[in-house]
Design a protein around this ligand. Sequence first.
Ligand code: MTE
Length: 318
Amino acid sequence: MIPIRSSEITPESVYLSRRKFMKGVAAVALSSAALAACGSSPAAPPTPDPAQGTPVPPKASATTDELGDALTPFEAVTTYNNFYEFSMEKEAVAPLARNFQASPWTVTVGGLVNKPKTFDVAELERKFGEEERVYRLRCVEAWSMVIPWLGFPLAKLLKEVEPTSKAKYVRFETLFDQKQFPGQRSPWYSWPYVEGLRLDEAMHDLAILSTGLYGKSLLPQNGAPVRLVVPWKYGFKSIKSIVKIDLVEEQPTSLWMDAAPNEYGFYANVNPTVNHPRWSQSSERRIGELGRRKTLMFNGYEEEVASLYADMDLRKFY
Ligand code: MTE
C-alpha cells in the first residue's frame, strides 16, 4: 500500500533502505525463477516449530491452484509481508514479528446476533475444522502469490452466532497492542486495522478464516493466530490477527478507506479494468516469476462470485 508518497512520511535513510530492499526482492524473484526453470518444485526449507522445538518441514497436499499455477514458496510467503502494525517494510515484518504472542487468544463475535460469543482460537479449530484452500492472493500493489491456506468457511462461524435480520455487514478488527505492534504508534493511520464485508460476501463459501498455511499454524507475519482470506478481493481486505467480529447495520469504514478515501473503496474487488488512481491494475507480478501476467477479473473467481455484484456498477463501487 502506498497511500502517501513515502518521501513525505519516511525519513530519507529509511526510504533509501527501502530502495535497497526492492533490489533484494528482485533477487528473490530471480532465484525462484531459476528453481522453476530447473524443473524442481518450489523448495521450502524446514522451519523451527516453537511448540515442538524441532524443525517441521512446511507441506501442502496440493502443488498448484485450480488454474495450474504453482504454489509460491513458503519462504517467500513468510518473508515478503504487508503488516503495517509491525512495519511498512515488507522484509522487516518477519524479524519484528518473531516474538509476537499469539496465544492465548480469543475472538469476540457480537453486534447484531442472537448468540454473541467469545471463542478461544483452539475452540474455533475444534468446532469448525480445518481444510486446505489454495488461493491466489492479489495485493492492490500489483503483486501476487499462490498460497495453500488452512482454515474454515467464515459462514460456519456466522451461522453459529445467528445474525439478526438487521445485520447487513460484518466488521473485523485486529488486536490493538502498541507493545507488540510498534507500527500502531504511527499517527498516520487510525488503529486498530479494521475491515468489512457485506453479509452475503461474508457468507460466500470462498471467504475463510485461516489459522494456518503450508500445513502449519500461521506465523505471526501472516496474521497469527487467525485472519480473514477473501481471495476475489485485493489483499488488504484479508485482515490479520483478528480479535473482534461484529455484525452491523451500516457499512464499516476500513483503515484504508479512512486513510485514503479516494484510493481505497469498501468493495476492493480485484478488477483489471478499474485502475488505482496512481497505477494500472491490468497486470501483476507473481512473486517468483520474471515478467508480468494479466490480472483476472475477481482474481480468477468470477464464476463463483460475479452474481454477488450483478446489479452493481463496479466502477462506482470499487
Ligand atoms: N492486516 C492487518 N492487520 N494489517 C496489515 O497491514 N495488510 C494487508 C492484509 N492484512 C495488513 C493486513 C495487505 S495490504 C495484504 S496484501 C495482506 O494482508 C498480506 O498478507 P500476507 O503478508 O500474509 O501475504
